[in-house]
Design a protein around this ligand. Sequence first.
Ligand code: ZN
Length: 403
Amino acid sequence: MRQVDHKKQNKILWIIIAVILSVCIVTSAILFSIYYVDSSVKPQVNDNAKNVILLIGDGMGEEHIKAGELYEGALLAMQKFPVQGEVVTRSLTPPFTDSAAAATAMATGNKTYNSRISYKDGKNLTTIAEEAMAADKKVGIIATKSVTDATPAAFLAHAKKRDMSDEIAAQIVASDVDVLFGLNDDSMRALASSIATDTRDYCTSFEEIAASSSEKIFGLFDEAIPTLGANTLSYLTEKALSTLSADNDNGFFLMVEGSKIDSYSHDNDMEGMLRELRAFDDAVSTAKSWAAKNGDTAVIVVADHETGNLKIPDDATMEDLIDYEKSNNWFKSTMHTNSNVRYFIYNVGTEPVYGDVPTGTFDDDGNQIYESAITSYKEEQLKDFPDKIDNTDIYRLVKQLLF
Ligand SMILES: [Zn+2]
């Protein structure tokens, strides 16, 4: 009898072990799928651009861009870029990234935990802006919210927590950044007297910025940057480009953030989101025109993550979109999501070619109606660029282009 019991006990033990093993395997598989990032993607470009302009729409998912297209009734400037694809945005903190970890990925090529500012496991991570400055290239950073916020901070500073704005402000002021435009905050105001003005102009209005011909400018505003009129993100982008390119043979790196696409998406405010998105796309258009005219310049448009789980209904019309009581409900969340975002790249030599294509409809006289559309691309330099990349690949791409 005792022997039978022993066998039974063994059998139960084996079943328990089998169950534990299965649970472990399934759990590891789930964790692996959450954390796995395809780091085998190595964007290769043949070309060296002297200058790189990186425009980041904070919180700008694919559906945000679709909303902008629906509003305009036409493609946005970024959508006309010849090289396009998806970006994986995950950080080391599940389930979705914040702007700090995402900006760190793009600024340094390293995944980190949420809230870290170009910092991981007790170490500062060198940023592309720091590498550019060390190589005697010029650097500009523009944001439509405070310059100590996560995205601009991740290019110029290092901190264990994104809300350490005093530490971040001190590092920004001590940095050799050539152009810095964005909102002022208490941390920056406290250091106003220590901002070196022997070599740079410290401006607090659009008038002062317009009047400055300095090679280095800090432009810090106390009020929101307008989305319409003469004094917009697009204007600041143009001013930064003329400042950074003046007397400069070594090239520059300029980061431009449309910071408030995210804020209005958190609020599920379609009207505000569209205003910020369109102002951001105007800045994209300015950057692209500048690059087309000046050569040697690559323009990359990307987002750090999606905000608001926006879903535009398939049959949505412009009228539905501007009925904001209705369209505010197209946001299905007030948080970030881990949806992939879009990337758009323009470089001289990658110009799309427009032509007339038949629409399949006919006018009253029976003539085929044609519409203008992109018919082909000149993709000499970026034709093999992968459709899907990781956000850390943005750093590698900028570096390959810049150096
Ligand atoms: Zn956010």
